[in-house]
Ligand binder design. Structure first.
Ligand SMILES: C[S@@+](CC[C@H](N)C(=O)[O-])C[C@H]1O[C@@H](n2cnc3c(N)ncnc32)[C@H](O)[C@@H]1O
Length: 250
């Protein structure tokens, strides 16, 4: 599959600054960069672009840790799929928190963000085997106890593709398994405002619930969180983060 087009950085944000800040955050985890590494990465990503600038802007701040279901997820004993894993920030946090690496699989349809993660964390040799990239969903039925989906639903513009994504998540879960994750959403009562820089799908709570139920999931719990604006044109009055957790019937 050809690499999707890189998106532009939002107003007031630049690649040199965001790359430097992300590297500083990741150094706090003990990663050491050799001399000239920043310059080499800057040249690479100036040339190739960054597919999801927002993901670089929050790289090193894994969202999974704050999820309301996370402490329960850590206690489960089955396999976990990070579906649409991007850079793999959340996978690394799971490992740091003691979730056994042999029970983690990270999957994405695109390699670009995964490679960005390896470039910044410099750990491809240690955890490269956990990542799978493929255009088609490669997992059979009932392989996982948990599916985690962070910031994926809001990047899927196409209705059919969203349906397929959720049906895949449902099918990959064993009966009683849990889908949890987060997506940008629309604050109650706010009108949708088209924003060419914004995410392609910003759903109100009822629409998210309907999509989850439509795929077969039951009793979705949805918690609304404040959407921290990442730049001057980012709208936290109308946008929020919905954290969700829902079950495949046992
Ligand atoms: C905004 S990024 C979020 C990445 C990561 N989950 C995180 O929280 O940092 C969205 C990711 O979803 C992936 N994605 C989009 N549609 C997908 C699909 N149908 N199946 C699997 N991954 C998908 C993209 O390639 C991208 O890596």
């Amino acid at each position: 599959m050809p690499a999707p087009k890189a998106l532009r950085f939002p107003p007031g944000k630049t690649l040199p600054e965001e790359l430097c800040t992300a590297m500083k955050r990741i150094e706090a985890y003990g990663v050491v960069y050799p001399a000239g590494y920043y310059r080499a990465l800057l040249e690479k990503y100036t040339r190739e672009g960054v597919r999801y600038p927002h993901i670089l802007m929050i790289l090193g701040q894994p969202r999974i840790s704050n999820h309301f279901f996370y402490s329960r997820a850590l206690k489960r004993t089955g396999r976990l799929l990070d579906y649409g894993c991007g850079t793999g920030d959340n996978v690394r946090q799971l490992i740091r928190d003691g979730f056994p690496r042999e029970r983690i699989t990270a999957f994405d349809i695109n390699r670009a963000s995964i490679d960005l993660g390896f470039d910044l964390y410099r750990d491809k040799e240690e955890i490269g085997d956990l990542f799978i990239v493929s255009e088609a969903f490669p997992f059979g039925p009932a392989e996982f106890d948990l599916v985690y989906s962070a910031s994926v639903l809001h990047v899927i513009a196409d209705e059919g593709e969203l349906g397929t994504y959720l049906v895949n998540a449902y099918s990959a879960l064993r009966p009683g398994g849990v889908l949890f994750g987060s997506t940008l959403g629309l604050v109650e009562g706010a009108a949708r405002s088209p924003d060419e820089r914004g995410p392609p799908r910003v759903m109100p709570r009822e629409e998210l619930t309907a999509h989850l139920n439509g795929a077969g999931f039951i009793r979705p719990e949805i918690v609304q969180r404040y959407h921290v604006p990442h730049h001057v044109a980012d709208n936290s009055d109308t946008m929020c983060v919905f954290e969700f957790c829902t079950k495949k019937p046992a």
